[in-house]
Ligand binder design. Structure first.
Ligand code: AMP
Length: 390
């Protein structure tokens, strides 16, 4: 094995959104150079990178030229085709490996991987036609959720099926030839574990994060999550086993449902830093982005020790409906930190930034971050987390 990729070297990032931006900021702090590759111009990552290459992901010559100019390639965007990661891999190590992306960017492949590894998932079936869907509904019962196999995120490409009569309309509306049908889970709460795994197989996680979604989009994360010790250990163990089984080098987020009995079902994998881990920037010794950098560079992982309880609230484009949000009012709470991603167009549902608050307790942190966001005139309906069980 070659030695670690050291400060002064160049990190290549496929994708140019906020995840790449936060990685690039950490990388530059540590003395690395950053190149980003995506079809966009003046992107969130491009604004803070040394070089922004604007080209399509299927322009394999451009991908090869990009990879030839960097020391390691990683990604912040999941829907990069296997051909593009293979093209990059001809010139520089790609971490995590393209095969990890290939598995996790398609829900059928991801479910097969999880099922083969014996990891708990909601009952599901593959669907390639309306007939498959009708048979699937018969097998799983209602309610159920139909999800496109590819290109789904933040609840996009998903339809809830309330009764067998919904089959035809749901299949037509998804406009796909590959999907999964899952039983609808009456979960008590949603949690995630963000875990890093180094080149040497060492692993470090940030504990269990508690996630509250609104309209299928992450709204608020708290750390630590309000789960029993037993559920927390089980969630971490699942994430460790998955990271090993998929042979991760980098960061992986495992999203899970927790039922009333404290049992876990894996919902989704993301082989990169995750929105639910953003609070690690302000709350932990090493953030999920620094950890990604360390892992893909073959460096030792940093301490994930959490300095104080924390909460993160997303800032969606909706917040701009009545004009520019009142940034100064939100920052009146001294323990609130503002992160904006440099996106020019505040569209509905678009992630524009986030707030993080630290507090003496997780409840206090959550209250501060919600209060700060209210001060920005947020219109989104919010909820609170349930009490700890068992
Ligand atoms: P996904 O894109 O699969 O992460 O789904 C986005 C959100 O939709 C999840 O975080 C859940 O809040 C909800 N959801 C997805 N699948 C299910 C399911 N099988 N049962 C209940 N809620 C679900």
């Amino acid at each position: 094995m070659n030695g670690p990729i050291l400060p002064g070297a160049t990190i290549g990032v496929l994708g140019s959104g906020q995840l790449g931006r936060m990685l690039a900021l950490e990388a530059r702090r540590m003395g690395y150079r950053v190149h980003t590759f995506a079809p966009d111009h003046d992107s969130p990552t491009g604004q803070v990178a040394d070089l922004e290459v604007s080209a399509e992901y299927d322009d394999l010559d451009a991908v090869e030229a990009f990879a030839a100019a960097v020391d390691v390639v990683t990604f912040e965007f999941e829907n990069v085709a296997a051909e593009a990661t293979a093209a990059a891999a001809r010139h520089a190590p790609v971490r995590p490996d393209g095969s990890v992306l290939h598995t996790t960017q398609n829900r059928v492949r991801e479910k097969r991987f999880l099922a083969a590894g014996g990891f708990p998932v909601a009952p599901w079936v593959e669907v390639r036609s309306c007939e498959d869907l009708v048979a699937g509904i018969e097998e799983l019962g209602c309610p159920a959720v139909l999800k496109t196999a590819g290109w789904g995120y933040d609840g996009k490409g998903q339809v809830r099926i309330g009764s067998p009569g919904d089959a035809e309309g749901a299949w037509t509306s998804l406009d796909t030839d590959e999907a999964v049908l899952e039983s609808f889970i009456e979960f008590e709460q949603e949690v995630s574990v963000v875990i890093a795994r180094g080149l040497d197989g060492a692993m470090a996680h940030f504990g269990v994060l508690g996630n509250h979604h609104v309209r299928h989009i992450l709204d608020v994360t708290i750390a630590p999550a309000k789960v029993s010790r037993k559920t927390a250990s089980a969630a971490i163990e699942l994430a460790e086993h998955i990271a090993e089984q998929i042979d991760l080098v980098g960061v992986l987020c495992v999203e899970m449902f927790v039922n009333a009995e404290g049992e876990l079902l894996v919902n989704e994998l993301a082989p990169r830093p995750h929105n639910s881990g953003h609070l690690t920037i302000d709350a932990c010794i090493t953030s999920q982005f620094e950890q990604q950098l360390r892992a893909v560079c073959g460096l030792p992982l940093g301490s994930t020790f959490q300095l104080r309880p924390a909460a993160m609230a997303n800032l969606l484009g909706d917040l701009w409906a009545q004009g520019e949000p009142g940034w100064a009012s939100a920052l009146r709470t001294p323990e609130v930190k503002l992160h904006l991603y440099g996106k020019a167009e505040p569209r509905t549902g678009r992630k524009m930034g986030h707030l993080t608050a630290l507090g003496a307790t997780v409840e206090a942190a959550e209250e501060s971050v919600r209060e700060a966001r209210r001060a920005l005139r947020l219109k989104i309906e919010t909820g609170t987390f349930p009490a700890v069980k068992g």
